[in-house]
Design a protein around this ligand. Structure first.
Ligand code: AKB
Length: 317
């Protein structure tokens, strides 16, 4: 029987992954934790506790006491926020991962770890189109540097201590339940909320920057599939490329007008424009698709239909 710990359960990914894992493994077996309060459904459907992953002693006691067998470590300072406080972001992103890797090494019951990497591991010297799994990686952001270093540590712990760590390089994730905070791809969520709320949006990126994106349902599905796949099928022990459709702000705005004809968008690029320009515009994720036999279901139209419908529901309740 699996007993699963989620770190960062109140965040954009955690708030949806926790509910799906509870549906699969049973509410009582999925322990949601965060440094901040969580949405009501997380607290009401199963165990929730405040836990700071930076506190290594508390973390190891929690894992031993609750006989945890799998850990999903989702907490991180994202790209935009990390640029505002680089040394703090480095400290949080790296030390939290090292605490998790050490716990996985020391506690025998812990059999698997999931840790997300990001398209931010790539930089302006990487081929931007169809970025391959193995390529030049010279990230220019502190977030990207921490994710690249994290990938190397994951592979090191796998090779040296035989720890089963699985990871995906998430693109921008589009979801309606919990808004992201401080990322360069946040525009792809904000645009839908503002379209429904105000019928206009000021985008912090220029109209034609193309970035790889993915709807949250596809990301959750791929993540759980990766964790459930036989170890023998895995060909990568650092982090797999993964993607859905590549989108520009202009393409999304045009698609939103199918539902909200008067929707207006203006562009005021800020410091995140340079970050976006240093990231891939599209990703080759064939290696993952072969390893876990998976492909995404959501294209732009399908994403827009779901986003607008779900956001409208929350505003009419
Ligand atoms: C960000 O924009 O920082 C994140 C990411 C792509 O990892 N959404």
């Amino acid at each position: 029987m699996e007993r699963i710990l989620i770190i960062g359960a109140a965040g954009q990914i955690g708030s949806e992954l926790t509910m799906e894992l509870r549906r699969i493994y049973g509410n009582a077996n999925v322990f949601a934790t965060d440094v901040k309060d969580a949405p009501a459904d997380i607290k009401e459907s199963g165990p929730f506790q405040l836990l700071d992953v930076m506190d290594d002693k508390h973390l190891i006691h929690f894992v031993i006491r609750n006989k945890i067998t799998q850990i999903y470590h989702l907490a991180a300072v994202l790209s935009g926020n990390a640029e505002k406080l680089p040394t703090q972001a480095w400290h949080i992103n790296m030390d939290s991962l090292m605490n998790i890797l050490e716990v996985a090494k020391l506690v025998e019951d812990v059999r698997k770890v999931f840790w997300p990497s990001s398209i931010a591991v790539f930089g302006s010297t990487t081929p931007r189109k169809n970025t391959p799994q193995l390529t030049v990686m010279e990230p220019s952001t502190v977030y990207g540097i921490s994710k690249l270093a994290g990938e190397r540590w994951c592979e090191y712990y796998h090779k040296r201590y035989n720890i089963d760590i699985r990871s995906l390089r998430y693109p921008g994730l589009i979801s309606y339940k919990t808004e992201p905070g401080g990322g360069t791809t946040d525009w792809a969520v904000e645009i839908y909320f503002e379209a429904v709320r105000k019928k206009n949006y000021t985008c912090f990126l220029g109209e034609d920057v193309s970035l790889p994106m993915m709807f949250m349902d596809d990301a959750i599905n791929a993540t759980i599939r990766l964790m459930e796949t036989d170890h023998a099928n895995l060909t990568c022990h650092s982090s797999y490329n993964i993607t859905g459709p590549s989108l520009t702000p202009r393409q999304v705005a045009v698609d939103i007008r199918r539902h909200i004809p008067g929707f207006d968008i203006t562009y005021k690029p800020d410091f995140r424009q340079l970050i976006a320009e240093s990231w891939p515009s599209s990703i080759d994720d064939q290696e993952l698709r072969t390893s876990i036999v998976w492909k995404p279901k959501y294209d732009l139209e399908h994403i827009t239909d779901r986003m607008i419908a779900e956001i409208r529901k929350t505003f009419t309740i």
